[in-house]
Design a protein around this ligand. Structure first.
Ligand SMILES: Nc1ncnc2c1ncn2[C@@H]1O[C@H](COP(=O)(O)OP(=O)(O)OP(=O)(O)O)[C@@H](O)[C@H]1O
Ligand SMILES: [Zn+2]
Ligand SMILES: [Zn+2]
Length: 806
């Protein structure tokens, strides 16, 4: 029998599996989807691989190598996930091995090490230093911790003489946590009897027996017994020796914990709009039929309640459910809401967990011990079977797209999985992506709307403050007088404030302080980027460039300059202007520690602070009834992103963050500070008018040939030398130009937005197409060619439907 194995060799990636002989003892156990260790290449280096097929015969059987080792006794990937991997690799121009590894918890990725093996110990007498190094061991790790570099020449000589050899090692880092457990062995009468016969001085023994007398007849962790009953290991050992109890080792799960216990919650009675949406969704869950819904519901309209009740329905129908939320910041509050409904039946998967916790949550899912998974992007690969419902909350979020290989979008994976299971996909957002909203328009998705807030509250009222005017009369360019006054008022009323500093904006653009003008590309309608070194503004799509201006083209002002400020500075500024306010700062720096987000949000919820100041992180999902003011310090920075989605991103962000205000009884206000008060994204966000925005933005996308009217692919080229990066970019572009369809548009090549990262120069081409099978084939070819080009120092990255143009 032979196994088809996808191997983990980064420098020789291919989507073709290699054939290996299955040794007789392994025949019984080896299955598709298992991890194995196999020798690879001339040096027979050991690498990890995945068995993707098993067959009776193979061609050229003589030269085939044997599988060395099976990593675990059960497959880690089932048929569904193996099929998904091969589809995803092809669709995203990625290699299967990188997809397979992405599907599994990080710790299951093999780590490789080298070992030195002593072949002829008796010949070491002339090499005292080496003899000392081995110190009677036959094999030692070969790394800088163990082996001094001074010894390398000697080691190489010995290797030539075949006295030692260098071997390879595959380390499995996935460790199951074991704990000591104990169980009483005798009946109650026995322990009672023993207790009566104890000397009064035997205090610990008495405690031990009292515990055993009441303990349930099942295994409990020794540690708990010791802590709760003030015992120690010695007493337990004694008791074991006397036969009063037995001890074992048992597998234990590391289950991630929240800061405070989760209180159970009951389903709320749905309002009419919620009920309509819910009824449509569950009709599909009960009858297996693939359907995708877009739930467009204003902020605070109770989308989460619809999600939770739909999940409950899936569970009642004997199916499982998967819910994605964007990145970790949102997770604590959302996890709490899901756990409060489904308790221990929920597994949580996101990057904030430790490796061990992630591995254990994954195993609970894989063993079918939980039926609900909530997590961030990569949780879309959770090994649930019999899926009835997949929910993607805040479906417009860019974090659902992975920026690294494999560059997949969780929405595409979700669509594939619901088709496999005949399940329902529910995409929810107050501000859907244009792609999804357009699909709903065409009837590909079914549109469901929630137009009102779920509680008695109404949407907040928004005031736009023109910062051009404000800084004319007022030295403060962080807080306008309007925002300061409102903050003071809320502080007096003991209500809470959320302040957002829009930091996603890219620092390298220019803005006129007097009229808000930002120079844009004449071909692409994106902001131009400053390149100080050449004194020019450059378009990162098409390469168009012009001199850095000293004067505004529109109003002639000389106050045209680069832009940007940080959260730390704003905190200091707040101390001066509102010294009495208690401020919580939430950004990448303050949330690095595990559990920090949960802790901060809990504190804010308990009103231990008046102001929550943060970056984009705080825009989504927060539901705090006492927040009545949202201040947006710089609404426009996202507008200047060199990205055709800049307006969409800005609209979404402003609408989401505004939606944090006035979610309960007290009405909410939003103050939005901007240099571009007339911009349609800002005007429409003022009224949370998503539909208005959708129509206006669609017209622009149509005019400029962007998504969703055209598909896009971005190809990036990286090299340590700028001329080499450019050369490969131009060669590839010219080659592609002869292949693609007539209506396919190629922009560039041009330097990337950040043209140099880690001493590599980046060039890119953006391709817009409608239907282009030739292009798809060419890109697959390019991906394979990219492997060879690596040897010339070029890295080629192909990104389908890119969301990041930096
Ligand atoms: N049917 C209902 N009756 C009463 N209150 C409800 C109902 N549905 C939801 N709520 C409450 O309304 C508030 C807002 O709901 P939720 O957070 O689910 O909105 P959302 O649509 O997810 O909002 P966002 O997009 O802003 O995060 C919550 O406090 C929730 O408990
Ligand atoms: Zn100007
Ligand atoms: Zn351009």
């Amino acid at each position: 029998m032979y196994a088809q194995v996808i191997v983990d060799v980064p420098t020789m990636q291919t989507n073709r599996p290699y054939t290996y002989r299955i040794p007789a003892p392994m025949l019984e156990i080896l299955r598709r989807g298992m991890r194995v260790v196999v020798p690879f290449g001339k040096g027979n280096r050991l690498v990890q691989g995945f068995v993707v097929g098993i067959k009776e015969d193979a061609q050229q059987t003589e030269q085939l190598k044997e599988i060395m080792q099976v990593v675990e006794m059960t497959p880690v990937l089932n048929d569904e996930l193996l099929q998904l991997a091969s589809w995803l690799a092809e669709y995203n121009f990625a290699f299967q091995i990188s997809v397979l590894q992405t599907m599994l918890p990080n710790v299951m990725r093999a780590k490789y090490g080298k070992v030195l093996r002593l072949l002829a110990p008796d010949q070491l007498s002339d090499w005292p230093q080496i003899a000392l190094l081995f110190a009677d061991r036959g094999e030692i790790p070969f790394d800088s911790d163990n082996v001094d570099s001074e010894l390398l020449p000697q080691l190489l000589k010995l290797q030539k003489k075949h006295i030692i050899e260098i071997g390879y090692l595959v380390k499995n880092r996935a460790k199951v946590k074991m704990v000591n457990v104990l169980k009483p062995t005798k009946d109650a009468d026995f322990y009672k009897n023993q207790l009566e016969r104890l000397r009064p001085s035997a205090v610990k023994q008495s405690r031990m027996l009292t515990f055993l007398l009441q303990a349930p007849k099942k295994f409990v962790p020794v540690k708990d017994v010791i802590n709760r009953h003030h015992l120690d290991y010695a007493v337990i050992k004694q008791a074991e020796n006397k036969g009063w109890l037995v001890q074992r080792q048992m597998e234990s799960y590391r289950i991630p914990k929240l800061q405070t216990p989760v209180q159970p919650s009951q389903p709320l009675p749905l309002n009419d709009e919620q009920k309509q949406a819910y009824t449509a969704i569950i009709a599909n869950i009960v009858q297996p039929k693939t359907q995708t819904f877009l739930l467009e519901g204003v902020t605070g309209s109770g989308k989460t309640e619809v999600y939770l009740q739909s999940i409950a329905k899936a569970l009642a129908a004997g199916k499982t459910a998967l819910m994605l939320v964007p990145e970790i910041t949102l997770t604590p509050q959302m996890v709490r809401r899901v756990k409060s409904r489904f308790g221990d039946d929920v597994a949580v998967m996101h990057s904030g967990l430790s490796d061990g916790e992630r591995y254990d949550e994954w195993r609970r899912v894989q063993r079918g011990e939980v039926h609900v998974v909530v997590g961030a992007r990569s949780a879309i690969f959770a090994p649930l079977t019999n899926i009835g419902l997949i929910i993607i909350d805040e479906e417009h979020e860019a974090s659902y797209k992975q920026d690294d290989n494999p560059r997949y979008h969780a929405r595409d994976v979700a669509q594939w999985r619901v088709e496999y299971y005949g399940a329902t996909l529910l995409l929810g957002s107050a501000t859907p992506s244009l792609e999804s909203r357009a699909r709903a328009q065409k009837g590909v998705y079914q549109l469901l709307s929630l137009t009102k807030r779920a509680t008695q509250s109404v949407l907040p009222t928004t005031e736009i403050v023109d910062m051009r005017e404000s800084i004319k009369y007022n030295n403060d360019d962080v807080f306008s007088p309007q925002l300061l006054d409102s903050m003071q008022e809320k502080l007096d009323q003991q209500e809470q404030i959320v302040l957002m500093l829009n930091r996603r904006g890219y620092a390298n653009f220019i803005i006129c302080r007097d009229c808000g003008y930002t120079p844009r590309c004449v071909n692409c309608d994106v902001a131009l980027t400053v390149h100080k070194d050449v004194g020019r503004l450059i378009c990162h799509y098409c390469g168009y460039n012009e001199l850095i201006p000293h004067q505004c083209k529109i109003c002639g002002s000389k106050r045209i300059r680069q832009f940007g400020t940080g959260t730390q500075k704003v905190v200091e500024h707040l101390k001066e202007v509102l010294p009495q306010a208690r401020v919580l700062r939430m950004d990448v720096d303050t949330t690095r520690k595990k559990g920090a987000v949960d802790k901060m949000l809990t504190a804010f919820g308990n009103q231990e602070a008046d102001i929550l100041l943060g970056t984009q992180m705080i825009a989504k999902g927060l539901d705090f009834p006492n927040v009545t003011l949202v201040g947006i310090l710089n609404a426009d920075t996202t507008l200047t992103l060199p990205d055709f989605r800049a307006s969409e991103r800005t609209f979404q962000l402003l609408t989401q963050v505004s939606g944090r205000a006035g979610r309960a009884q007290k009405p909410g206000n939003v103050i939005l500070q901007t240099f571009n008060p007339e911009h349609y994204a800002i005007q429409l966000a003022k009224n949370q008018d998503y539909e208005g925005f959708y129509h206006q933005e669609m017209a622009l996308r149509h005019a400029w040939h962007y998504t969703p009217y055209y598909f896009t692919v971005q190809i990036k080229f990286a090299h340590e030398q700028v001329d080499q990066a450019a050369k490969f970019a131009f060669e590839t572009t010219n080659w592609l130009k002869n292949i693609v369809e007539k209506d396919t548009i190629m922009l560039g090549p041009a330097p990337s937005t950040i043209s140099r990262i880690k001493n590599k120069y980046y060039y890119r081409v953006v391709i817009k197409y409608r239907f282009d099978q030739h292009l798809m084939q060419a890109l697959t070819e390019l991906m394979h060619k990219g492997q060879q080009l690596q040897r010339q120092g070029v890295t080629i990255m192909i990104d389908r439907e890119p969301t990041n143009f930096i």
